[in-house]
Design a protein around this ligand. Structure first.
Ligand code: MN
Ligand code: MN
Length: 353
């Protein structure tokens, strides 16, 4: 039975999207994106039943193997928004370059159609991430989408987990919706999400420890030292290895998510992509009262030079982000004091300052 207070995503967007030069187009585009997400949710939810579980036999722009569902989700996004005349350009993890759409559409949709797709093999959560920009009047070149995250009109992600949820911001807070599968509506279930000020989780791929910079090792060591360490309390570590799932946890529970810059050759500037992973998540987290940093500055202020540019990502509870930024600043000034536990006699291994 429908509850009378039931707010669908369409109703919500009509009320939320600010008036302004692109307000109507933005609300309409986000409704289209929500429809795309329902379709991807249905495809992903069938798992191996429909024979789409395997590799596509192709590589994406990063030289990574594409799964059939990566390619299908990319096509679903393109087909789901191209027809409307609202979108002038698309950029995706799965496309080498910007794809321009015929017509007068002034909005650009930049997206990671399927995030964490390696998790499909083991039936763990995956997601989609997207960002909306306004195209400049004149430019029809790649540079049209090379805009800092502060210019995003809207950002959002979908998580295909036990339930399918969408989290969206149009610059007026961050709000979450859950797909009611039988009825086919996204229903507002998490209005005005606030990242808890303090969290006890830190999320990082610890196998990269030997490649981290000292400020990151310092932060993690202090968390690991728990009650006996300088933080004076215990922490937990979690890692799903799908950005959407890990950031979703941080958004709702607080704490810190890190995919930092490291010394592993391929990840020198981080692993995550600025335009369609870091920027949308940074806007969502900031709009929920959290912070998002490269360790050395606000992610949303990074000026992109390439579509598939990577960037270090440290986001979550504001105080934790500020602490890691402070550790980076102290390290860069040569003033840091890496934590060494009296209990374990453990020292920062790769002090290279
Ligand atoms: Mn991704
Ligand atoms: Mn992807």
């Amino acid at each position: 039975m429908l509850n009378p207070g039931y707010t669908t995503i369409s109703k919500f967007l009509i009320q939320q999207v600010p008036e302004g030069p692109h307000g109507r187009e933005l609300a309409a585009l986000l409704v289209d994106v929500a429809a795309v997400i329902k379709a991807i949710s249905a495809a992903v939810g069938k798992g191996p039943l429909v024979g789409l579980a395997g590799l596509a036999g192709t590589e994406n722009t990063q030289g990574e193997q594409q799964k059939q569902l990566d390619v299908l989700a990319d096509e679903m996004f393109a087909r789901g928004v191209e027809w409307s005349g609202l979108v002038g350009a698309l950029a995706s993890e799965e496309r080498d370059d910007v794809h321009f759409v015929e017509g007068h559409g002034r909005l650009a949709l930049v997206f990671d159609p399927l995030d964490g797709s390696n998790n499909l093999d083991v039936n763990l959560p995956v997601g989609s991430i997207f960002s909306v920009l306004v195209l400049p009047e004149t430019s029809r070149g790649t540079s049209a989408v090379l805009q800092p995250g502060t210019r995003q009109l809207a950002a959002g992600y979908a998580i295909y987990g036990p339930s399918t949820q969408v989290v969206i911001t149009v610059g007026r807070g961050t709000h979450g919706f859950t797909l009611d599968r039988e009825i086919g509506n996204f229903v507002l279930t998490h209005p005005d999400i606030r990242v808890p000020e303090e969290g006890s989780d830190y999320l990082i791929n610890a196998s990269n420890r030997r490649f981290w910079e000292p400020p990151v090792t310092r932060y993690v060591d202090e968390c690991k030292a728990g009650k006996e360490g300088p933080r004076g309390r215990d922490f937990n570590t979690r890692w799903v290895a799908s950005m959407v799932a890990d950031v979703h946890r941080i958004l709702l529970r607080g704490g810190l998510y890190l995919y930092p810059r490291d010394q592993k050759a391929a990840n020198r500037e981080g692993r995550l992509r600025l335009l369609y992973e870091a920027n949308p998540m940074a806007m969502i987290v900031e709009q929920a009262g959290g912070a998002a940093s490269t360790g050395r500055g606000r992610i949303l202020e990074v000026l992109p030079e390439r579509i598939h540019q990577r960037v270090p990502v440290i986001l979550g509870s504001r105080q934790e982000v500020e602490r890691v930024e402070r550790y980076h600043a102290e390290y860069d000034r040569g003033e840091d004091k890496p934590y060494s536990s009296p209990l374990f006699g453990e020292r920062s291994l790769f002090r290279n300052g």
